[in-house]
Design a binder for this molecule. Structure first.
Ligand code: UGA
Length: 433
């Protein structure tokens, strides 16, 4: 099928390349010329495992191209909207400027019978509004939310857990979407058709649930801290209950990124607009718990350093909001770094993928590319992003050969406390005695 993908960020670039890899003829469109040049060379403009390979293969096959010219969307049967919906500056609601601009720019190039498939995460009610706009060109709109995780985006796009398609009253677009995803559907992926508002809500409900799970275990970490309990053992034990499950019960400095934090805020803001603010008022608490854990990591550093971080050398292992990503949007790691610097610490940050982005956004911090160089002479080491390079490959013995001090704060509960203590370190975890 001929497809267009509007917006070539973390979501759209992967979607375009993945759709070409399964045989579709795809044009990816973005207003950012630098991004389009990079994608056209087969180079992902951000870190995403396996994306370069998919881009190179797609470009070579002739079925994938990128452009800044919206007119090239013309002729595609399905147009995917994959632009960002960031948090409004000065508010909690989603900023729909990019969605509206993309639709307005697309409409002149639509033909009757075309399908516009929204993938961006939007406040419930947006699809119905946009459907009226594309209807002017005789096109129909479906809402097809995306559940991919950064770092696993290629796999999640090609082998999704489920496909959700939200339709309007006439049901238009279902057949086209089933055809787009025919390989996955034939392989048994659930293909669930529902109405627009349900599809829009599925996405935000899923992210709200995940955020709640993380903040739940982080709330348990807070209780563990005043009772001498160990939250990692607690998570293991409750996680054996299949109704609960161990995944997303990793206590630590909490969630960040371009999705979970802004999505729960936008959801709460939308519920208030709908007169149902109290129904998900708990999401404000989820957000507050999450932000408190960043401060807790700072407290542990101060505690480990004997009551003050002033003039101490602190090395942070990690800058990205999670491993296998260079994304620093709302990164807990960099938030901790900035707070420590505010206390007068000499903060050094290292990360295998995210330093270029971090340098641009927080030029006041010191960055060192090489892990061991970053550790040299540190008084305190803080694990904030659980890359294998730190969590698995860095031993207490090796660290001891580099640092001045013997204090580690494990912001991701990723290390074996006993091993660090046995090597002579003061080990401080999150919600662990
Ligand atoms: C999230 C969802 O998982 C995806 O399903 C969704 O499609 C995506 O948002 C989106 O809306 O586009 P992502 O932001 O890539 O994906 O990251 P996650 O893997 O969900 O991690 C989110 C944050 O939670 C990270 O900062 C991670 O470190 C943290 N986390 C995760 C924990 O603190 N503890 C855990 O146990 C798990």
């Amino acid at each position: 099928m001929r497809l267009s993908v509007i917006g070539c960020g973390y979501l759209g670039a992967v979607h375009a390349a993945a759709m070409a890899s399964i045989g579709h003829d795809v044009v990816g469109i973005d207003v950012d010329a630098t991004r389009i040049e990079s994608l056209s060379r087969g180079e992902a403009p951000f870190f995403e495992p396996h994306l370069d390979d998919l881009l190179t293969a797609g470009l070579a096959s002739g079925r994938l191209r990128f452009t800044t010219d919206m007119a090239e969307a013309s002729g595609a049967a399905v147009h995917f909207l994959a632009v960002g919906t960031p948090q409004q500056s000065g508010g909690h609601a989603a900023d729909l400027t990019f969605v509206d601009a993309a639709v307005d720019a697309l409409v002149p190039h639509l033909s009757p019978g075309d399908i516009v498939a929204g993938k961006s995460t939007v406040p419930v009610g947006t699809a119905a509004r946009l459907a009226a706009v594309v209807a002017r060109a005789g096109a129909s709109l479906v809402w097809n939310p995306e559940f991919l995780r950064e770092g696993w985006a290629v796999k999640d796009t090609l082998e999704p857990d489920r496909l959700v398609v939200g339709v309007g009253p006439d049901g238009a677009g279902v057949d086209a979407l089933r055809e787009v995803y025919s390989l996955a559907v034939e392989a048994g992926t659930p293909f669930i058709v529902m109405e627009w508002p349900t599809a829009e809500l599925v996405k935000v409900a899923a992210n709200a649930f995940l955020a709640t799970k993380i903040s739940f275990i982080n709330a348990m970490a807070e209780i563990a801290e005043v009772t001498g309990a160990d939250v990692t053992q607690l998570a293991d034990a409750i996680g054996y209950d299949e109704r609960i499950g161990r995944r997303f019960l990793g206590a630590g400095i909490g969630f960040g990124g371009g999705c979970l934090p802004k999505d729960i805020r936008a959801f709460a803001a939308r519920a208030e607009e709908l007169g149902r603010g109290e129904s998900i008022g708990f999401l404000r608490e989820i957000d507050a718990i999450n932000l408190r854990r960043r401060e807790r990591a700072v407290e542990l550093v101060v505690q480990g350093l004997g009551g003050s971080a002033f003039d101490k050398r602190v090395t942070l292992l990690g800058a990205a909001f999670k491993p296998f990503s260079d994304d620093i949007r709302d990164s807990p790691a960099l938030d901790v770094a900035v707070r420590l610097r505010g206390l007068g610490a000499h903060v050094t940050v290292t990360d295998p993928a995210a330093l270029a982005n971090a340098r641009r956004q927080y030029p006041q911090l010191t960055y060192v590319d090489d892990r061991d160089e970053a550790l040299r002479d540190a008084d305190c080491v803080v694990l904030v992003t659980e890359w294998d390079l730190y969590r698995r490959e860095l031993t207490p013995e090796h660290t001891s050969s580099l640092t001045a001090g013997r204090v580690v704060v494990d912001g991701r509960n990723g290390w074996d406390a006993a091993a660090w203590r046995a090597a002579g370190w003061t080990y401080l975890g999150m919600g662990r005695p």
